[in-house]
Design a protein around this ligand. Structure first.
Ligand SMILES: Nc1ncnc2c1ncn2[C@@H]1O[C@H](COP(=O)(O)OP(=O)(O)OP(=O)(O)O)[C@@H](O)[C@H]1O
Ligand SMILES: [Mg+2]
Length: 487
């Protein structure tokens, strides 16, 4: 199902351009031209995101955000604003708008924001069943002892405002548990904002969390409202908390103790009422010993700890998980649910699973894809797992061999600029695989690699991978390319 977006913009040509950019990216886009009509439309259908102009006939964007926040607090809004009205747009983020964009902006900028806002919206709205699959796409499956005590713990703390620290190796289901905690809390009708602390550069994280005042640092041209302030009344999920810098740790500690924030570069003390959920795969106790993680913060965060054991310590859950994933992917692929040989399930139970539930999920999905809806057999499962593990080993090996060879050539004087050589050798593969994996979607591939769409396109052309590079050069028509300004 394509995510459904509502675009409210009174200027028809801008609206059409935006609609096209969004539809090309795979979104379903409905439009409204007046604020009041937009508000009505937002109530008529379930939308994942509203993108609205600030100045609108009928009802202005600010008013619209306030009204939506009152009735649909879980619906994210991106506000578009012209130069000179930025202050008002910032006002909107205080009222709960997810983000704002100053016109003119690049298509990439919009698409990046839309992707994160839609992800947030899905985080808030997609139900997580507990213990049993039911009809939900997401469920916490498993009846092993450790899982049973986790369900009990969730039942005990979900409805209280206490801070919960979710721990466990990669792929054990930390994010899933955070969502379940939110959905079973008495704040489930209020916003849930997730921040992946490891994904945001250290220099920007404080401003992302707490906001900043204009001029707080170079580049801080306008005020920014942080995620804590936006989540007021709701829940914030701080993922990968083990990666916080000492400075941010100190600030977070203060927020937890005093329930107030101070924007970066600001004096005002702003009260916030936010329930904090945090997750990490890191060994925080070791972090404390190495003085990388503050002990006082650790105590504040771990008022309640939910510890997700690795899958290898709850092998009895594997059959139920396998069944759940088979059903889920069969439904998604719209094929009949295949059965799986008992020997295959038993064999899966004996495997090590360093990637935990996520790895099991991937293996089951691939086995399903290759089974062509016949019974999934042991041989097939073994083959899929062997294939999935092989590239890692092989590429690690190749890698070391490649570097050794390169350095040997440098030593012999046959080669210089080893660094540039390595980039030149590996880059084509990176772009080739990314665009293939993204199904040809350049914007998506560009986001994965952290390059602009323009750069993506240039590289693809350079490498002869650009699909439209042909008789009529796009260079002749700059508006056809990526990176165009809107409107
Ligand atoms: N008990 C479970 N039942 C069903 N699905 C699960 C369970 N645990 C995890 N999953 C699924 O496994 C995948 C990984 O889970 P999740 O993203 O929550 O892990 P994580 O601990 O946050 O991993 P990471 O540390 O890598 O971020 C998801 O698709 C999730 O739905
Ligand atoms: Mg996670």
């Amino acid at each position: 199902m394509k995510p459904r977006l509502l675009l409210i913009e009174d200027d028809t040509s801008t609206a059409c351009a935006l609609q096209k950019v969004l539809q090309d990216e795979g979104y379903q886009v409905n439009r409204a031209e007046r604020g009041d009509a937009g508000l009505e439309e937002a109530r008529r259908l379930p939308y994942q995101l509203v993108i609205t102009d600030l100045r609108l006939p009928g009802l202005n964007g600010l008013e619209l955000v306030a009204r939506l926040r009152a009735t649909q607090p879980k619906l994210p809004v991106i506000m578009m604003t012209a130069h000179g009205t930025t202050e008002t747009a910032i006002e909107a983020t205080k009222l709960g708008a997810y983000e704002y964009l100053v016109k003119p902006f690049e298509a990439d900028e919009l698409l990046g924001l839309v992707a994160t806002a839609v992800a947030q919206s899905q985080l808030m709205s997609e139900p997580v069943e507990m213990g049993e699959a039911g009809h939900a796409r997401l469920a916490v499956i498993g009846n092993s002892r450790p899982m049973q005590s986790i369900y009990k713990e969730i039942g005990r703390v979900a409805a209280t405002p206490v801070t919960v620290l979710i721990r466990g190796e990669t792929g054990t289901g930390k994010e899933l548990i955070a969502r379940a905690l939110y959905q079973h809390s008495n704040r489930s009708h209020k916003p849930f904002i997730a921040v992946n602390c490891a994904a945001i550069p250290e220099t920007l994280l404080e401003s992302e969390l707490f906001g900043h005042e204009r001029g707080a640092f170079t580049g801080a041209k306008v005020r920014r409202i942080g995620r804590f302030e936006q989540a007021h009344g709701g829940t914030i999920f701080l993922d990968e908390i083990g990666d916080l810098s000492p400075g941010t740790q100190a600030k977070l500690l203060r927020v937890l103790q005093e329930k107030t924030i101070r924007r970066v570069g600001g004096d005002a003390v702003i009260p916030v009422d936010v329930r904090v959920l945090a997750a990490t795969h890191c060994d925080l106790e070791a972090g404390i010993v190495n003085q990388k993680f503050r002990q006082d913060l650790f105590y504040r965060l771990s008022v309640v700890t939910v510890h997700l054991p690795p899958l290898s310590e709850r092998r009895e859950d594997i059959p139920a998980l396998v069944k759940f994933f088979i059903q889920r992917y069969a439904r998604e692929l719209q094929v009949e649910t295949p059965s799986i040989q008992a020997e295959a399930v038993q064999w899966l139970q004996t495997q090590p699973w360093p990637g935990n539930v996520r790895e099991l999920e991937n293996i089951v999905r691939q086995a399903l894809l290759t089974s062509r809806h016949f019974t999934i057999g042991l041989g097939q499962v073994k083959e899929v797992l062997a294939k999935a593990r092989k590239p890692q080993l092989a590429s690690g090996q190749l890698h070391a061999d490649y570097v050794a060879g390169l350095l040997a050539r440098v030593q012999r004087g046959e080669e210089q600029d080893a660094y540039a050589r390595m980039i030149a050798d590996l880059e084509p593969e990176l772009f080739r695989q990314a665009i293939q994996l993204a199904g040809g979607n350049q914007a998506k591939a560009a986001r994965w690699l952290g390059v602009t769409r323009l750069k993506m396109r240039e590289k693809l052309i350079q490498l002869g991978l650009h699909p439209h590079r042909g008789m009529d050069e796009e260079e002749d028509n700059p508006s056809a390319g990526a990176g165009q300004d809107i409107p």
